[in-house]
Ligand binder design. Structure first.
Ligand code: NAD
Length: 307
């Protein structure tokens, strides 16, 4: 299968690219390298360094004619979206529309979109939130992802584009950027290993649903195989506080450093966990990695990296 993966030099999609290459698929990676790293792109993938909004994307589609488009390139920070909602929408809404239009024009059979469950539902009355939970985002990032989902559904109705939106919880694991604003696990583990202070925004009792990157990669491959249409949560249903994650990582890195506390960040939700029964039903997917195992694997990987 010919697979075109956007954001494939980034944390999650570089590992999806690895998995497709390992299956023998013909993989094309698009990434602007704004946050991604060239060395994460599999050696056997063809790599184009370009922005998904660039006109050159048309030539790439014309040449490569992907059967599957897996779209992960994004402005991926909630805080950055609050500071600059126009840029966020430009990349996350218009960029996705452009890509979906190219997928239609060049006859792609299936489109997988990296959406969010963590930032889509706001503060739901009932947790874990399933896919029928009202979409009430509290950040431009969440809003843009929901608008992008709506466009993919529209292209499905009007142009026959078959698309699956995977609504991720808080993904963590090797290769996550420890120097960005998103990705609390990577930020904490890097700071703890380097014996530098880590900051928790708010009181740290906010809870998140942490899902390991290997499980997210598996959900992408299952979606590609089963070609389910619509939106599916990808999470564990378990909530863990940011304080608890810090404590586990401190133990794993043998640090007794206390975190610093800062003001809560605009756009962040207080509590969110995702019910993934639909992913189990339609994809046969359940998370396989416990938080303890996943955090240990993540800490071990970061310990091997330069600070
Ligand atoms: N990490 C999470 O917890 C999480 C949760 C929900 C959804 N997501 C979504 O998953 C996707 C991947 O996230 P990630 O955590 O791997 O982030 P990431 O920043 O590591 O990956 C994004 C990649 O996209 C590239 N990129 C950004 N803008 C681009 C553009 N305009 N054109 C081309 N390339 C561009 C970056 O260079 C980077 O390699 C994103 O769509 C994100 O919104 C992530």
């Amino acid at each position: 299968m010919r697979v075109l993966i956007t954001g494939g030099a980034g944390f999650i999609a570089s590992q999806i690219a690895d998995a497709h290459v390992a299956r023998g698929d013909d993989v094309v990676v698009i990434d602007s390298l704004i946050t991604g790293r060239r060395e994460f792109v599999p050696a056997r993938a063809r790599f184009y360094q370009t922005d998904i909004r660039d006109l050159s994307m048309r030539e790439i589609f014309e040449r490569e004619r992907p059967q599957l488009v897996n779209h992960h390139a994004a402005q991926a920070s909630v805080s950055a979206s609050v500071r600059d909602p126009v840029f966020d929408a430009d990349v996350n809404v218009l960029g996705t529309i452009r890509l979906a239009a190219l997928a239609v024009e060049f006859g792609a059979e299936y489109f997988v979109f990296a959406s969010t469950g963590g930032a889509l539902y706001g503060e739901p009355d009932r947790l874990p939130a399933d896919e029928s939970t009202p979409i009430l985002p509290l950040s431009p990032y969440g809003c843009a992802k929901s608008v992008a989902e709506a466009y993919l559904a529209l292209f499905g109705r009007t142009n026959g584009l078959r698309a699956c939106c995977l609504r991720y919880a808080n993904v963590y694991g090797p290769r996550q950027d420890p120097h960005g604003e998103a990705g609390v696990v990577a930020i904490f583990v890097r700071a703890l290993l380097d014996r530098k202070p880590a900051t928790i925004f708010g009181d740290g009792e906010q809870t998140r649903d942490f899902v390991f990157v290997d499980d997210v990669v598996r959900a992408n491959l299952l979606a590609a195989d089963r070609r389910i249409e619509g939106a599916l949560n990808v999470g564990t249903g378990q909530g863990t506080s940011v304080n608890a994650v810090y404590q586990i990582l401190a133990r794993l890195t043998r640090s007794d450093a206390a975190p610093a506390y800062g003001p809560p960040r605009a756009g962040d939700v207080r509590h969110i966990t995702l019910a993934a029964a639909a992913a189990q039903r339609h994809l046969g997917w359940t998370p396989a990695t416990s938080l303890d195992i996943g955090l240990a694997a993540t800490a071990a990987w970061f310990a091997e990296q330069p600070g």
